[in-house]
Design a protein around this ligand. Structure first.
Ligand code: GLP
Length: 248
């Protein structure tokens, strides 16, 4: 896994956006895998800024297809905590991705298992993700693939771990309101992406980053550790999340 360290959140966001923008300019009809959480917010802001440059300089998303990693079960799309809402507010409402090219798992499906099968088939039919943006849970999860005895390959329904419920409760009024389940792309769905960009910031992730980068083993107890065997994965850190790395 290629390691990039930026000074702070601003430069990390610029770097992440630069990698994505360069990719979209080279392959305008690409398939982007998108992530939520607080980490990618600066990247989305910068991509929006680049889109707004207008004319030939403006970053054009009109041919891009997107697939989001995950969505909570049981939240209406209009709920400000849903990932549908997050993506509209923080990205889609401000760029020109065509609505018909946007894919986010439906967490309100009457048959969530069928929804997972549909989503996985849609991913496959798109030709697969070209560039997948990922954040990192403090417990090492990617998407909502939680630490477990084994990792599930395809898009699936997952029960959220206590750690994740607590970590994500900062976005809700209380931990009780955090949904207990979600739909997430599986580890296989993620690993099929041709290129992966894992973005991590802040002191709170320094320990999990150290475990991933220095223990140099792959364990379902740290789902992101599987990225070590991806042929084209990059981990992009700010100096705080990199602060526990030996060489740092
Ligand atoms: C959630 C999402 C993940 C995200 C993680 C980290 O649990 N399902 O995809 O990477 O949070 O979020 P943050 O960037 O806010 O730390």
């Amino acid at each position: 896994m290629k390691l990039l360290i930026e000074k702070d959140y601003t430069s990390l966001s610029k770097k992440g956006a630069e990698i994505i923008a360069e990719f979209v300019r080279k392959k305008p009809e690409c398939v982007l895998g998108l992530a939520t959480g607080s980490t990618p917010l600066g990247i989305y802001e910068e991509l929006i800024r680049q889109h707004r440059l207008g004319g030939n300089a403006g970053l054009d998303f009109s041919k891009v297809t997107t697939f989001n990693l995950d969505e909570y079960c049981g939240l209406e799309e209009s709920n400000p905590q849903s990932y549908h809402y997050y993506m509209r507010e923080n990205f889609f409402n401000h760029v020109n991705v065509r609505p018909e090219n946007i894919n986010i798992p439906n967490g309100n499906s009457a048959d969530p298992h069928q929804e997972c099968i549909r989503y996985e088939a849609a991913l496959e039919a798109s030709g697969g993700v070209d560039l997948q943006l990922l954040g990192l849970g403090p417990n090492g999860h990617i998407g909502f693939n939680e630490p477990d005895e084994h990792l599930i390959l395809d898009t699936h329904v997952v029960g959220l771990s206590q750690e994740t419920i607590e970590a994500n409760s900062r976005f809700f009024v209380s931990a009780e309101q955090v949904p207990r389940a979600a739909i997430t792309m599986g580890i296989g769905s993620i690993m099929k992406a041709k290129k992966i960009l894992l973005v991590v910031n802040g002191k709170g992730k320094a320990d999990i980053v150290r475990k991933i980068m220095e223990e140099r083993s792959i364990s379902p107890k740290i789902p992101a550790s599987i990225l070590h065997v991806h042929p084209d994965a990059t981990i992009l850190l700010d100096s705080e999340s990199a602060s526990a790395l030996e060489r740092n």
